[in-house]
Design a protein around this ligand. Sequence first.
Ligand SMILES: C[S@@+](CC[C@H](N)C(=O)[O-])C[C@H]1O[C@@H](n2cnc3c(N)ncnc32)[C@H](O)[C@@H]1O
Length: 290
Amino acid sequence: MASCPPAPAPASSTGPWRIEVLTIFPQLVQGYASTALLARAQAAGVLDLRVHDLRHGADDPRRSVDDAPFGGGAGMVLAPEPIARVVETVQPRRPLILLSPAGRRLDQGLVEELARLGLPDAPGFSLLCGRYEGVDQRVVEALVDQELSIGDYVLAGGELAALVVLEAVARLLPGVLGNEASPLEESFSRGLLEYPQYTRPATWRGRAVPPVLLSGDHGRVARWRAAMALWRTQQRRPDLLAARGGLTPAEQALLDELPELTGAEPPPPSGAGSSGESDPGEGSGGVPLG
Ligand SMILES: C[S@@+](CC[C@H](N)C(=O)[O-])C[C@H]1O[C@@H](n2cnc3c(N)ncnc32)[C@H](O)[C@@H]1O
C-alpha cells in the first residue's frame, strides 16, 4: 500500500475482487455481508467474499485460540499457531491486513488504494481480525503485511472494523452502486465534504429547499453544489481544505458567488435550527454568506 494520489476506483477489472476475512466470529461478518450492498456485490459477481474461521486452526477439543499474556496482565491474547495454520491452509489473498488500533488510520484515500490492490490480475486483499487484547506480536512480524486502524478508539474485535473496510471498498467497485459517477461526488473523494442533498417535497414543515435546485438551470445547480461543498468544508473541516493547500482563486470566486447562486433570501434567525449548529444554507432555503 504505497502512498498514491487519490483517484477513483478503476472503471473495469479482470475478475471479482477477492476479499478474505479471518476471524473467530465468522457469523458476525457473514451476517452483515448477507444483506444490502455487500450481498448485491456478491450476487453480481463483483465481490468474492471468503470468511475463514480461525478456530479451524486450533488442535484441541475446545478449539482454543487464545492464551494468557506473558508478563501477566488483564485479558487474553490470540495465540500464533492457530492463526498461522489457517493462513498456511487457506493462503489468503495478499496483502494480509491486520485490523489494529496501531495501524495506519483509514480514510477515503486509503479506501481508494485498497480498491486498487492486486489489479489487474489478482484484485483484493485479506483482513485479519483480532480479539481480546489482540494478536501475538510474532504473528504481525511473520504473517501480516500491513496494519490498519479505523479510528482512534478501541473496539472489542476486528470484525466491525473489517466490515467498515469491506463496505467502503465494495461501494467503489465498478457495478456495485447504481450510479457509477456518485463516488466521485461524495465527501472526501476530492478533499471536500459533499454539498447538502434534498428530495421532495419542495417545502417540508415550513422549510423550503434552496430555490436554485428548482430552477432547472443545470449549470447553476452545479455551481451551487460546488460552492456549497467548499463552504461546508470551510465551516466544518478546515483541516481538509488546509491539506489540499487552501482555496484556489477560482474556488474563492465561486464561494463569493454563493449568496447569489443560492437565491437572495436571508439566513434563518439564530436558534431556528433544532441542533443550533445547522448550516445556514441547509433545509431552510437560507443563504450561506461564507
Ligand atoms: C480490544 S482490541 C485490542 C486493543 C489492544 N489491547 C490495544 O490496546 O491496542 C481487540 C481487537 O479489536 C480490533 N480493533 C479494536 N479497535 C480497533 C480499531 N480502532 N481499528 C481496527 N481494529 C480495531 C483489533 O483487531 C484488536 O486486535
